[in-house]
Design a protein around this ligand. Structure first.
Ligand SMILES: Nc1ncnc2c1ncn2[C@@H]1O[C@H](COP(=O)(O)OP(=O)(O)OP(=O)(O)O)[C@@H](O)[C@H]1O
Length: 255
């Protein structure tokens, strides 16, 4: 099986800091791939490189076997890669439906949409409702409610639903449960598994080992700017994984 998303030899420097140092990366179809590593290991930078938010200084990236050169996150989005960053990119005062369509609003059919640029609000609301239902986000009752009135978990749920709705090929989640309580985290973990069940592979950056070990199919261990190894969570313990990422014990050879 070929990786859906693959990178080789990625490099990104910020002045004297080498954030990504010859990093390799492989995401297989349909899997949840967790990316773990110490603070500053370069996980976010690598994910930004494959999602267009950072243009690497060197290295190559392939999506479904075709080489890509994203210049911006919009390029990546258009190619089917959706990212939910640590700081949720949402407009709190806007409604759930408006947030889901930010930057890709649906226009009314015919000249009302093409010439007058009128938005098709009912279509966007119906779509948003459908997507939330698909992912079991039934606690959200009003699609026109402002995002700022949602709980942290509901907000994260909307961000995941948005990514799942538009990420036709890959969904990337950077610390989706970091700011959440136990119940809210649970819901988001279920959402992630729902997304996988619909056949979309997910990259999950997380420091939360129980969450990683619960849902990941494979774990990419990142250390000092590069991939150290990839492990199967069934073969190792959480303390093994932490020991690999901190360098306390030598990592297994085969990636
Ligand atoms: N925009 C930037 N300008 C300068 N240095 C940066 C920038 N972004 C990241 N770095 C540096 O690159 C290194 C890797 O950072 P990165 O955020 O990718 O790590 P990380 O593994 O995601 O860390 P964490 O788990 O703490 O989020 C760090 O030393 C960081 O300070």
């Amino acid at each position: 099986m070929e990786p859906i998303l693959k990178a080789r030899g990625l490099v990104k420097r910020y002045g004297k800091v080498t954030a990504i140092d010859q990093a390799d990366f492989d995401l297989m179809p349909g899997e949840i791939l967790a990316v773990i590593g110490d603070n500053g290991a370069g996980k976010s930078s690598m994910i930004k490189a494959v999602s267009g938010a950072v243009v690497p200084d060197a290295g190559k990236i392939w999506l479904e076997g075709r080489e890509i050169n994203f210049r911006s996150p919009i390029d990546a989005r258009e190619a089917g890669i959706e990212t939910v960053y640590q700081q949720l990119a949402m407009s709190p005062a806007l409604s759930i439906a408006d947030n889901m369509f930010m930057g890709r609003e649906l226009r009314k059919p015919g000249v009302r949409g093409s010439l007058l640029r009128q938005l098709d609000k009912p279509a966007m609301q119906a779509f948003a409702r459908q997507k939330l239902n698909d992912l079991g986000l039934s606690t959200i009752q009003n699609i026109n409610q402002a995002v700022e009135s949602l709980s942290g978990g509901q907000r994260q749920g909307v961000a995941v639903a948005r990514a799942a709705a538009f990420g036709s090929k890959v969904v990337i989640l950077d610390e989706p449960t970091a700011a959440l309580g136990v119940k809210e985290s649970r819901k988001v973990l279920e959402l992630i598994q729902d997304v996988r069940a619909r056949g979309i592979p997910i990259i999950l950056i997380s420091h939360n080992m129980p969450h990683v070990f619960e849902i990941a199919d494979r774990i990419h261990v990142h250390r000092l700017g590069k991939r150290l190894c990839v492990i199967d969570p069934k073969d190792y313990t959480m303390s093994d994984a932490v020991a690999f990422m901190t360098g306390a014990i030598e990592a297994p050879k085969a990636a």
